[in-house]
Design a protein around this ligand. Structure first.
Ligand code: NAD
Length: 271
């Protein structure tokens, strides 16, 4: 492999995909070589903020015929991501996927295929470095509190709820605590759903509205005190340093890695 990592983007016309193309064009050691999108209506796409155009195809196979990248960065949706990741592994192309909505079964299937073929895949529900740190810290704090609420707000176009990041934070909290949280269950709930979703005792609340990109807030409660941790992504550029780190990391991987924590070395200081 040359020192330049050739990157193609799956979901290239989307909000995240187009931001990744721009970030890849600006990143040292990375070269954007193409885009794939089911909504493609032309055979090239101009990278926003540059005068560079790269080939655009309807499917991954068509792009690989033109120029096979070292890494595909995928920002589509859970269903499309699963098929795309499998197609990439079978073609020997590494993947960094930020798509949310992949089920544990999907990830297990990807894990097995990735190991069998020796093709690295990074799947992460949040590429914002502060979000990953929040996930880690919430896991540490969970040992010391019996009650917890998790609130997330996203833009009104988001299709899934709760966010993949909220689920990852909740999982980290349960792992850190070693068991579920205590929970107040209302005897009388006059408006259904007001207490939120229940993730092993953590009340999970989702808000959707214009003006937000992504906010995650964890509130812990104990006798006479609360602890609040908030992470805000104010724009999609906030995810790009993490995506570029992932691209540079995955070229040395030959298996599935879930989450950015191990890329950042945070898994070595587990709570
Ligand atoms: N991991 C993170 O840090 C992070 C951050 C933001 C968003 N996300 C996730 O990224 C995904 C994309 O978000 P978005 O806001 O860019 O969505 P979007 O709807 O703006 O973009 C998705 C793009 O994928 C394309 N697409 C759909 N199916 C496809 C297929 N089979 N093949 C090729 N292209 C296909 C669509 O045409 C669209 O252009 C979502 O799952 C979202 O939750 C993750």
């Amino acid at each position: 492999m040359s020192s330049e990592i050739k990157v193609a983007v799956n979901g290239a016309l989307g909000r995240m995909g187009s931001t990744v193309l721009t970030a890849a064009a600006a990143e040292n050691g990375v070269t954007p070589v193409g885009g794939v999108d089911i909504a493609a209506s032309s055979d090239s796409v101009t990278i926003v903020g540059t005068s560079v155009s790269v080939p655009l195809t309807f499917g991954l196979a068509e792009l690989f015929d033109i120029d096979k990248p070292d890494v595909v960065v995928d920002f589509t949706n859970g269903e499309a991501a699963k098929d795309s990741i499998i197609a990439c592994i079978n073609a020997g192309v590494r993947v960094v996927s930020g798509s949310t909505g992949l089920s544990p079964d999907d990830l297990e299937e990807i894990k097995q295929l990735s190991a069998e073929k020796g093709v690295g895949v990074l799947s992460a529900s949040n590429f914002a470095l502060g979000g990953v740190v929040l996930m880690h810290l919430a896991g540490i704090a969970s040992k010391y509190f019996d009650y917890a609420d998790l609130l997330e707000s996203h833009h009104e176009m988001k299709v899934d709820a709760p966010s993949g990041t909220a689920l990852s934070i909740a999982e980290s909290m349960i792992v850190g605590r070693g068991k579920g949280f205590e929970q107040n269950v209302a005897d009388l709930q006059t408006l259904e759903g007001t207490r939120g979703g229940d993730f092993q005792g953590i009340n999970v609340h989702s808000a959707r509205m214009p003006g937000r990109v992504a906010r995650h807030e964890v509130v812990f409660g104990a006798l006479g005190q609360t602890l609040t941790m908030i992470h805000d992504s104010i724009n999609r550029e906030s995810f790009m340093p993490g995506v570029m780190l992932g691209v540079k990391d995955v070229v040395g991987r030959s298996e599935l890695v879930i989450g950015l924590a191990s890329v950042l070395g945070l898994d070595k200081s587990k709570p």
